[in-house]
Design a protein. Sequence first.
Length: 164
Amino acid sequence: MKSDTQSTSDTPPLSKEILEDHYWHILLTKGKRPQSVYAFSQSMNIEEAEFYKHASSFESIESGYWDRLVEETIGVLHEDSDYADYTSEQKILAFMFTFFLHAQKNRSRIVEYFPRPGCSSALKPMRKRFIEFAAQLIAQGLEEGSIADRKNLTDKYPQLLFEQ
């Protein structure tokens, strides 16, 4: 039974991180997703059920990475004692700079992933989290007067920033 070999002292126990690292390795070396969860599980020498204990699909692995990237970026910004004093414009610029600096740690993922047909659904959690973040900054900018209220256009600023 494969799960017995997984628990030997020579092999570390399967974790979500190990599963994700293996997935990204295959995606980046083969240039495409594994053919199936079964084939992927076989390549890791685990039972298919083990995969589903850690991920619901390949898309969930991808979307989890992009969502974590936004969360980590926001976390880094909030750790900076000067960040709270920034204007909304400075906060957006700080986010963009920090996000791409953070993303460069796994540059191959970005290069391989974009543009890619069908990737937009994996970016939904990331998009949602960024739009929430940007909406807060837009509200701050409106309040402090650094952003002009342009009625219907102002409501679209967070989505436009994401597209940027």
